[in-house]
Design a protein around this ligand. Structure first.
Ligand code: CP3
Length: 356
């Protein structure tokens, strides 16, 4: 396991934060591209040796502190019988639009058998990973998976999903037990923490977010306390309040819309307007905070990239290690296709240089 990553999970103060980026194994990376010349995306996910090889590429090339399982959030929908292809983006061959559509889904007790490939993938990745690196598992968030199931993607205004809230809750009765089993597989295989990527959940008003996105997270943290992290894009402080009130949550990620320094101070009860300080019991719930450099800025040319990164890091350098405790340094979202590799490498190096 990686010491910096483990320290961050435990909220131990440390000088240098661990670095991990969502989508660190992906299309921007030559290692991934060369694998894609020989294999399809689905083969890379479902053949455990290939999944391990894909996940290890960015560790070898960029020396991230943690690897993340190479897979996709949509396989549980396929396991439920929804038919999934990638060409190259995901295409489901069915839609969930009515209660009748639910009846034709595969029962979750059968569906979990279709996720076994992830157990092997996590095991092999763990086995091949150097001892001083950590391993993260992941699943999709309930709301994001419902948007895919009902609308085929998570873009646009989400009208199809937002107007079918009752259907969402009925779908969750099947989906949540499957995802519990899915997380169990990944933890069994050796994942140290499992992230719930709920990309589309920030599109919900905060009270609906609590109602439609968080039931899964509450269920998971109840069963696997200290093992679950949560990320949604474009959340606000109002969404975060609900996230941070979840007992047993290991931590959460945020995008670049937050000021990381202030968020960390408040999370650790050291900020000037900290709500945690006013209610001391809350600190134990806060956990790690992952993020949040704007991934678009990785496209800057060499002369401009380092100053932009330094500017991002400056308010964080001013914090003490105690104030920064729990920080996992990464991006606001994930690495984009065509991102120059040299800036990814420089990012990891620079963070270690600045906090050394
Ligand atoms: O982070 C990693 O390196 C692990 C791998 C990972 C992938 N997908 C591999 C992938 C992770 C963590 C994901 C999560 C995921 N998948 C999310 C949540 C996070 C996010 O980015 O919003 C979502 C919404 C998906 C669904 C999905 N899978 C989409 C929309 C696409 C196509 C477009 C895209 O962004 O690449 C995929 C395919 C996919 N998943 C690829 C990879 C490397 C690209 C496949 C290819 O064309 O080679």
């Amino acid at each position: 396991m990686n010491e910096r990553f483990q320290n961050a999970l435990r909220g131990e103060p440390q000088k240098i934060p661990p670095v991990w980026m969502m989508r660190q194994a992906g299309r921007y990376h030559r290692h991934y591209q060369s694998l894609k010349e020989k294999y399809t995306f689905v083969q890379l996910c479902k053949q455990p040796e290939l999944a391990a090889e894909t996940a290890l590429g960015p560790i070898q090339d960029f020396d991230f502190d943690a690897a993340i399982l190479f897979s996709d959030i949509l396989f549980p929908l396929e396991a439920l019988g929804m038919g999934l292809e990638y060409s190259p983006g995901p295409v489901l061959d069915r839609r969930l639009e009515t209660e009748a559509d639910l009846q034709s889904l595969r029962p979750h007790a059968d569906a979990i058998g279709h996720m076994q490939f992830q157990l092997e993938a996590v095991r092999l990745t763990r086995a091949r990973l150097p001892n001083d690196k950590s391993l993260i598992g992941f699943i999709g968030g309930a709301w994001t998976l419902f948007t895919y199931a009902s609308a085929g993607d998570h873009g646009g205004h989400l009208i199809g999903a937002k107007t079918r809230q009752k259907l969402a809750h009925m779908f969750y009765e099947r989906l949540i037990p499957l995802l519990v089993g899915n997380v169990e597989l990944q933890l069994q295989g050796g994942a140290e923490v499992v992230m719930v990527f709920d990309t589309a959940a920030g599109e919900l008003a905060p009270d609906l977010f609590a109602d439609l996105a968080l039931p899964l997270v509450r269920e998971l943290t109840h069963i696997f306390p200290g093992k679950i992290g949560y990320y949604a894009r474009a959340t606000t402080q109002d969404h975060l309040r609900y996230v941070r009130s979840i007992q047993g949550l290991a931590g959460f990620g945020v995008d670049h819309r937050y000021e990381m320094a202030r968020l960390l101070q408040n999370n650790n009860g050291t900020g000037s307007n900290s709500d945690a300080r006013n209610s001391p019991g809350e600190r134990g719930n806060a956990g790690f905070v992952q993020g949040n450099f704007d991934q678009a800025l990785l496209f800057l040319n060499e002369d401009d990239f380092v100053p932009a990164l330094e500017r991002y890091l400056r308010p964080l350098q001013i914090l003490s290690p105690t104030e920064r405790a729990g920080w996992i340094c990464g991006l606001g979202h994930g690495v984009l296709p065509r991102t120059p590799e040299r800036n990814v490498r420089r990012f990891v190096e620079k963070v270690r240089e600045v906090f050394a």
